[in-house]
Design a protein around this ligand. Sequence first.
Ligand code: NAD
Length: 490
Amino acid sequence: MTKRYELNELIRSDNFIDGKWVVSAGGKRFDVTDPATGKVIAQVADSHAADARAATDAAARAFPAWRDTLPKDRAAVLHRWHALMVENADALGRLISLEQGKPFAEGRGEVMYGASYVAWFADEATRIYGDIIPQQQRGKRMSAIKEPIGIVAAITPWNFPLAMIARKIAPALAAGCTVVGKPAEDTPLTALALVMLAHEAGVPAGVLNLISASRDNAVPAVADWLADSRVRKITFTGSTPVGKYLARESAGTLKKLSLELGGNAPFIVFDDADVDAAVTGLLAAKFRNGGQTCVCPNRVYVQSGVYERFADLLTTRVAALKVAPATDPAAQIGPMINARAIDKIARHVDDAVSRGARVLTGGKRLPELGPTYYAPTVLADATPEMQLSCEETFGPVVPLFRFDDEAQAIHAANDTPFGLASYFYSQDVRRIDRVARQLEAGIVGINEGALASEAAPFGGVKESGYGREGSKYGLDDYLSIKYLCQGGLE
Ligand code: NAD
C-alpha cells in the first residue's frame, strides 16, 4: 500500500541532500508566495555554492553503487515512485495550484502527466541495449555498450513545477545517473514534495539531491555545478538567454547539455481547414496554464478566406473562459505567475494596439480579481513589427495575423530564431505533407492542439535548444557509448 499524504504533510522547506533534510549552509531562507494573493506559503532554503557543492559530493559518493544496480531494480524504485505520485495526485495537484496558480484540474493533470514519464522511464531502464558490431578483422570482437553519463544537474522553470523536473529525474535515475537539482525560485515546493516521495519509494541516499535558491543565489549555486568536472551533464528547461549562459559557462568542463528553451510557436489555419476544429485546437493549445507554456501558440496565422469566421468563433469562445483563482472549481484560467509576467503581457498588448491591432475581446488586467490576473485576449490585425510577434508573450493573448498564400504563411512561421512547437490545420493531404516538412520546429501539431505525451520526443531546433525528453530517444541524453574492442581471440 502506498501512503496518502495531506497537502500540509507534503510541504518541505529544507534542502534534500544525501537522504536528509538539511538547512542551507548560510541558514538563509526566502519566501514562496501564492501568485493569486501574494501571501507567503512557506520559507525555503536559500542555498549558495556551498550547498550545491554538498549536493555534488553526495551524488558523487552515491554514483558507483547506483550505476551498478540492476536495471530491473532501478525500474522497481521508479515504479514505486510513480505509484506514490498517483496515490497523492490530489494533494500534489493542490500544491501545484497553490504555488503556481493553475486551476486544480490542470494541477492534477500535470501530476498524472509528470508521473507518466516516471512509469515510461522505469520501463525504459530495462531496455538499455548495446550492439555487437559485425566482425571487421579476424581475432577481434567489437561491441558498443551504453553507460550512465555520471552526475546530472537538473534546473527547471516555474510553469510546470512537477512535470519538468520529473521528466529529467526519471530518465537520469533510469540510466543509472545520480542527480543534483534546483527548481525555479517561484515554485520549489512541488519539487521538494516529489523528492520526498522519491525517497519513500526507495531512491537511495545521495542518488537524488535537491536544493532551492532565490533568483540571486541561483547564479552562484548553479555556477558551482557548471565549474565542477564531476558534474557531467546539465539538463535545463527555461528561457533561451539562460540556456545560452549555461552552455557558455559549462564549456570549461565540456559537459553534455540538454536544453529545452523558449518557443514562439506559429499556429496556421488554412482556408481548407475545419475551422471549428481549429478553434478548439487553438483553445486547447493556447490557454492551458493561462498561456504560460513553452509550446503554446504565440502567433496565429489565418488565411484570408476563413479569417473573419475564425476570428468570430474564437472571440466568442475566448470571451466565455472563466478567469478565477485556482481554488474555484470552475476556473479555466488562474493568475499569472508574478508581477514581471503580467507586466510583459500588458506591454505586448499595449504595443500591439499602439501599432494598429484591434482588441476583439479582453485586452486588460482584471484588478477586481487581483494584481496578477489578465483577461483572455484576442487581437486582430497583428503585424510582424509588434513585440508579440518576436517574443513569447507567455500569457492568455492570441494575436491573429492574416495571410493570403501558403508560401507566405510558411515564411512567416519560420521567420523566428525559435523552433519548438508549431501547429497547422488543413484537410488537404498534399498540403499536410508539404507544410509538415517545411516547418522549422521540433514538434508539429497537424489538426491537433494537444501534443504532449511521454511516448513522444519533446524538444526543439534552432534557439529552442537541443536534446529530447520522453520517448525511446529520451534516455540517450543520459548515456554515453563505450566501444569495446577485444583482441587476441584467434
Ligand atoms: P528562466 O530561464 O528564467 O529560469 C529557469 C531556471 O533557471 C530557474 O530555475 C532559474 O532559477 C534558473 N536560472 C535563471 N537564471 C540563472 C542563472 N544565471 N544561472 C543559473 N540558473 C539560472 O525561465 P522561467 O522564466 O523560469 O521559465 C520560462 C521559460 O521557460 C520560457 O521561455 C519557456 O518557454 C521556457 N520553457 C521551456 C520549456 C521547454 O520544454 N522547451 C518548458 C517550459 C518552459
